[in-house]
Design a protein around this ligand. Sequence first.
Ligand code: ADP
Ligand code: MG
Length: 223
Amino acid sequence: MDQLSDDRSFATAGKVQPGNSADMTALDLSRLITAAADTIADHAEELTALDQAIGDGDHGLNMKRGFEAVRTEADAFAAKPLPEALKAIGTKLVMTVGGASGPLFGTLFLALGREISADPDRADLTAAFGKAIEAVAARGKSQVGQKTLLDVLQPVHDALAGGMTAAEIADIADAAAEATVPMKALRGRASFLGDRSIGHMDAGARSTALLVRTLAHIIGDKG
Ligand code: ADP
Ligand code: MG
């Protein structure tokens, strides 16, 4: 049940299946958006607390504002072809999340939308996700190992490429966020603290892992 068991499990997340009506697509993407917004809302205080420890304490509110804005347009976004929907979500996140993370999460979705086909299988999704991570790294002038959301995105990509199940990918995302605790921040506000950033989980890594678990759970259910 909770598995990305084959290509179809990804393919059904945001596209028309052969023989199915376009309503199915809208329903699925709308469900993904709603679930993501719910998760962020449920964890906003936790994300804020993480950002308070080594940043300025706005990450929970930033993410909640952005995902609530996406939620209000979920049906309109879900009615679009997948690439257009992802670009619209990215644009909305850039406009509403704010902080450093807004342009970064926005870039992730914008680049995914640019790179993905309307009818992706697992290999297509993995390739598009890899390109999207490169776009985030370029936007943030950052790379893996600097205690940012990239430290979750890259292991999730590698798990996707390695054929892991949804449940395994969600666990890998959580472990990757956990693995930012001993890291020293080299990008973003936390880097201003130098060694004092060590010993705290990166807020953006945590929000990314939360989103990965939510999306993997729903997409995996469909396999
Ligand atoms: P701000 O840092 O402007 O207050 P947020 O608190 O919303 O913005 O987001 C902080 C998160 O953004 C960090 O936890 C980190 O994961 C991510 N981040 C910040 N700067 C960068 C960067 N240059 N590259 C990649 N990720 C970054
Ligand atoms: Mg902040």
